[in-house]
Design a protein around this ligand. Structure first.
Ligand code: C2E
Ligand code: MG
Ligand code: MG
Ligand code: MG
Length: 276
């Protein structure tokens, strides 16, 4: 009895594993064709100046409109794209699309704001990132002062190379932001030596502001550290008025989160901001 149950369980397990492998495989096959089939879109999430309440930028966040599975969030396919090497091409599409869109908005008369794009580790370490950036800036005609790249602390681990890349991006006039700050490998050394403009406090700290005294202390410390190093602080994942009040009280510069808006498709951004 026990033996046959064990065997059954084993069979069930195998087929579940096979299903999962098959799902991954099909997703990967689809992913390889998603770019040429135009299935990616960018949504844009507003970033607000805490002091003035004004819109200062948008973070561009990728979504995959799968023909049968519907909208797939980045957490479900970025890792896959990193594994099969597609991330560089997808990442280049993101840079191109975000810059093109922002220039379009400016040309249509929207008050100029920044657009931030997330770079993957592989993309950051790719030799032609700088060349590609340069090419997009030139082709789209966007002022680089309105372009920001978000990197993570993991990328900073390739210390010498990272400084080299960041300095070249800086020389192009592009802004640099450290994303998800506090969740990875945080070194005071790179904060001091890297040409970073913004530090984004991870939403895991922000969500606990009101319940966890330690998270509140950490946020206050990050803000003061950042300001002493002449960097601006962006809080991500701001969901409530109380969190925003806390951040304002402690001089956090910029907020982003559902309290203001979730990431929105282009037509909704235009409906809200184009005629202001
Ligand atoms: P991230 O760069 O840290 O982006 C913030 C994530 O938090 C986004 O999830 C956003 O929708 C979500 N978010 C914003 N406000 C709130 C809030 O108030 N509450 C909560 N709970 N969540 C909020 P999303 O769009 O699913 O993206 C997840 C991650 O995928 C991003 O984290 C980023 O690491 C990655 N990603 C997104 N777009 C791209 C891309 O174009 N290229 C690369 N390489 N990675 C991307
Ligand atoms: Mg980001
Ligand atoms: Mg983030
Ligand atoms: Mg994050």
């Amino acid at each position: 009895q026990a033996k046959s149950q064990g065997k059954n369980r084993y069979v069930v397990h195998t087929s579940e594993l096979l299903d999962a492998m098959l799902d991954d495989y099909m997703l990967e096959v689809d992913l390889r064709r998603a770019l040429e089939k135009n299935e990616f879109v960018l949504h844009y999430q507003p970033q607000i100046n805490n002091e003035t309440g004004q819109l200062i930028g948008f973070e561009a966040l990728i979504r995959w409109q799968h023909p049968t599975l519907g909208q797939i969030p980045p957490d479900k396919f970025i890792k896959l794209a990193e594994e099969n090497g597609m991330i560089t091409q997808i990442g280049e599409w993101v840079i191109d699309e975000a810059c093109t869109q922002n220039k379009k908005w400016q040309d249509a008369g929207m008050t100029p704001v920044k657009v931030s794009v997330n770079l993957s580790t592989q993309q950051f370490l790719t030799r032609n990132l700088i060349t590609y950036m340069e090419e997009v800036l030139e082709r789209t005609g966007i002022n680089p002062a309105y372009v920001v790249v978000e990197i993570t602390e993991y990328m900073a681990m390739e210390y010498e190379y990272s400084i080299h890349v960041l300095e070249q991006l800086k020389a192009l006039g592009i802004g640099i932001s450290i994303d998800d700050f506090g969740t990875g490998y945080s070194s005071l050394n790179y904060l001091k030596n890297f040409p970073i403009d913004y530090i984004k406090i991870d939403k895991s700290f922000v969500s606990e502001i009101m319940n966890n005294e330690q998270d509140a202390v950490i946020i206050k410390a990050i803000i003061s550290l950042a300001h002493n190093l002449h960097k601006e602080v962006i809080a991500e994942g701001v969901e409530t008025k109380e969190q925003l009040e806390f951040l304002k009280t402690h001089q956090c510069d910029i907020s982003q989160g559902y309290f203001f808006s979730k990431p929105l498709p282009v037509d909704e951004i235009e409906r809200i901001y184009l005629d202001q």
